[in-house]
Structure formats: C-alpha cells, structure tokens
Ligand binder design. Structure first.
Ligand SMILES: [Zn+2]
Length: 51
C-alpha cells in the first residue's frame, strides 16, 4: 500500500493518508477513505463532545 494525498473536504488542505492509516482503516472495516484532514477530524470530534 502507498501513501495517498487527499484534499480535505472541510478546509481544502491536502493531507496524507498514510499506508499505516489505510491498514488501520481496513482493519476497522471502513471502506471509504477519510475526507477530512486530521485537524478537521479532531475539531469535529471536539465539537461533538461539547454538546
Ligand atoms: Zn481540514
């Protein structure tokens, strides 16, 4: 597996979806690539926890 560059859906910044993360996603049964960068993912998670 190779690292993938993905453009974040939220901020438009390019981030790397590493081979290790892809492996992790596969293990967890996620079929789709992430659409958000780690920063935006964290921000969304924090927002959810605030409610
Ligand atoms: Zn982002």
């Amino acid at each position: 597996m190779e690292d993938k560059n993905i453009v974040c859906k939220d901020c438009g910044k390019e981030f790397v979806f590493t081979a290790g993360e892809q492996e992790f996603f596969k293990e967890k049964g996620f079929e789709n690539d992430p659409v958000r960068c780690p920063d935006c993912r964290r921000a969304r998670k924090a927002e959810r926890n605030n409610r």
